[in-house]
Design a binder for this molecule. Structure first.
Ligand code: MN
Length: 255
């Protein structure tokens, strides 16, 4: 099996190294990841500048490996790798991200976007995220949980172009309660911008914290908070299919 590994925290992020080591025995793992941190880059691609690919040695607990950095976004990495650099791959993996990608965060996530780019190009793709952003994460143990979920998905069968997001609570806070296959939450996102300074008509703000309302729903946000590993199949087709017929029944004209 040939696996393309990417992420959004950058090629030297510990979550990527841990995931690489956890899946290395599955086949040939080729790492193509951003040269610099790209969290919240979402599905952006670079169109106004060329992209530089650089061979890199990546240190990892198992002894390190060779990869390539790209001075672009996560989606750039996967697109360039699949279009120009590699023989066909069987699987795209992204992560592990430092911090869960749950609910509407999926829309901002570069980790999910790297996997989504693989799915768009027809390859089954899985995004892995662990712990909470801004808090320490036991990546080595989390990678073992990711591998166990991956083994189950591979045994169950993955479809071409399918996208799955897996979130693992920080194992240092206790062993996961189990695996919950759940929908993406649509709960409101609470954001705090802190005003850092105000001078001469210029205000400088910083995004300090964003979090979800507490709940007990059957969704990724609430089950992750309750200690479950969450597995969520995602669509790259953003169509709200249930509204198609209703809109067709409206009197919509363009003249
Ligand atoms: Mn990230």
């Amino acid at each position: 099996m040939r696996i393309l590994l990417s992420n959004d925290d950058g090629i030297h992020a510990p979550g990527l190294a841990a995931l690489h080591d956890a899946v290395a025995d599955l086949g040939e793992v080729i790492t193509v990841a951003p040269a610099s941190p790209q969290s919240a880059a979402s599905h952006s691609i670079t169109v106004l500048a060329p992209l530089t690919v650089q061979a890199e040695h990546v240190n990892s607990p198992a002894g390190g490996f060779e990869g390539f950095s790209v001075d672009g976004s996560p989606a750039d990495c996967v697109r360039l790798a699949l279009r120009e650099m590699l023989e066909p791959v069987d699987l795209v993996l992204s992560g592990m991200n430092h911090g869960a990608n749950l609910g509407v965060h999926v829309l901002y996530s570069g980790t999910v976007a790297a996997a989504a780019e693989g799915a768009v190009l027809g390859v089954p793709a899985i995004a892995f995220s662990a712990g909470r952003a801004g808090q320490e994460v036991d990546f080595a143990t989390a990678a073992g949980h990711c591998r166990a979920v991956l083994d189950g998905l591979l045994a169950g069968g993955l479809h071409p172009g399918e996208l799955i997001s897996v979130n693992v609570p920080d194992p240092a806070r206790g062993a996961p309660k189990g695996v919950a296959v759940v929908r993406q939450a649509d709960s409101e996102l609470h954001e705090d911008y802190q005003l850092l300074s105000e001078h001469d008509g210029r205000r400088i703000y910083e995004l300090r914290d964003y979090r979800f309302a507490d709940g007990a729903g059957d969704n990724d946000v609430d089950l992750f908070a309750a200690g479950w590993v969450t597995v969520t199949p995602l669509n790259t087709d953003l169509t709200r299919h249930g509204r198609l017929d209703e809109l067709r029944d409206m009197d919509l004209n363009c003249r």
